[in-house]
Design a protein around this ligand. Structure first.
Ligand code: HSE
Length: 300
């Protein structure tokens, strides 16, 4: 048999929840076409949309590597599969690009094997892919890509993942300024120690955001999306970050921040039109700085 699977882009951290919060958007995303072959082993026959950036070697590509890992775990290395990966979103954008591909691959193999594992059980395999991609198996892109909506990683050891409610009438404006910010580097630059007074602010905000999701309180969500730990450092890598925030907030955004490790930024809005206007104006601003950008508007 063969199967075609789409997996969505995701916004990790959601500003205040470094490594513990993330949500999925409707678009963009990646597509995997997988077919069973007669010969044991995992191969990649084709990758499109990556400008030749991704490895075709089965051990190095996060999609095939995580599928291999999955087959090994369930003792089915007798199976042979071939993968076509169609990248339909930018790489290194901070929108969970590697995660979307990996998740599409795992979902494909799991479906071909009659959903041998539950979606939740796929998460650790996808985390392996992230480890290969950026050096650390963070789950805040892969878990929402697999489960949809908003997700909390309450704990990594042991893994404890909680699906959160999605408030009604929340839209997301995303702008990807096409500058290079590898996640690996963007992780290394963060301070590993925090001050207690900063931690107090941060966990107040994380709890506020989660409460806002449960209460469907968009104001509370907005005022909780502040980050005193990571954003001050990472924003340096993003062109005109504070100017873009000012613009978005003036146009009526509920919140604004870095998507994952950047350079993409995102804003929450209460309606689709405001999200569209924000992406347009910020794109114009970046064009003025000679920076190409890509924009997306999605319901959350
Ligand atoms: N939580 C991760 C980070 C997400 O901020 O490095 C990367 O997309």
């Amino acid at each position: 048999g063969s199967i075609k699977v789409f997996a969505p882009a995701t916004v990790a951290n959601v500003v205040c929840g470094f490594d513990v919060l993330g949500f999925a958007v409707n678009a963009p995303g990646d597509e995997v076409v997988m077919r069973i072959t007669g010969k044991p082993g995992v191969t990649i026959s084709k990758i499109t949309g990556d400008n030749g950036k991704l490895p075709l070697s089965a051990d190095k590509n996060t999609v095939s590597a995580s599928v291999q890992h999955y087959l090994k775990h369930i003792n089915r290395t007798d199976i042979g599969v071939d993968i076509e990966l169609h990248k339909k979103m930018p790489i290194g954008s901070g929108l969970g690009s590697s995660s979307a591909s990996t998740v599409a691959g795992l979902f494909a193999i799991n479906s071909l094997l009659d959903n041998y594992l539950t979606p939740m059980e796929l998460v650790p395999f996808a985390m392996k892919g992230e480890e290969l991609a950026c050096g650390y198996g963070h789950a805040d892109n892969v878990a929402p890509a697999i489960l949809g909506g908003f997700v909390l990683i309450r704990s990594y050891e042991p893994l404890d993942i909680i699906k959160l409610p999605v408030p009604e009438g929340l839209y997301c404006a995303i702008v990807f300024p096409d500058v290079d910010v590898p996640t690996r580097d963007a992780r290394q630059m963060i301070r590993s120690k925090v001050l207690l007074k900063d931690a107090v602010v941060q966990w107040g905000n994380v709890a506020g955001l989660v409460s806002g999701l449960f209460m469907n309180d968009i104001d509370l969500i907005g005022r909780s999306m502040k980050d005193v730990l990571v954003e001050p450092t990472r924003s340096i890598l993003i062109p005109d970050f504070y100017k873009m925030r000012e613009m978005a907030m003036e146009m009526g955004a509920v919140s604004f921040g870095i998507s994952g490790s950047g350079p993409s930024v995102f804003a929450f809005t209460r309606d689709e039109q405001t999200a569209a206007t924000i992406t347009q104006k910020i794109q114009q601003h970046l064009t003025g700085l000679n920076i190409a950008s890509y924009t997306y508007v999605s319901a959350v």
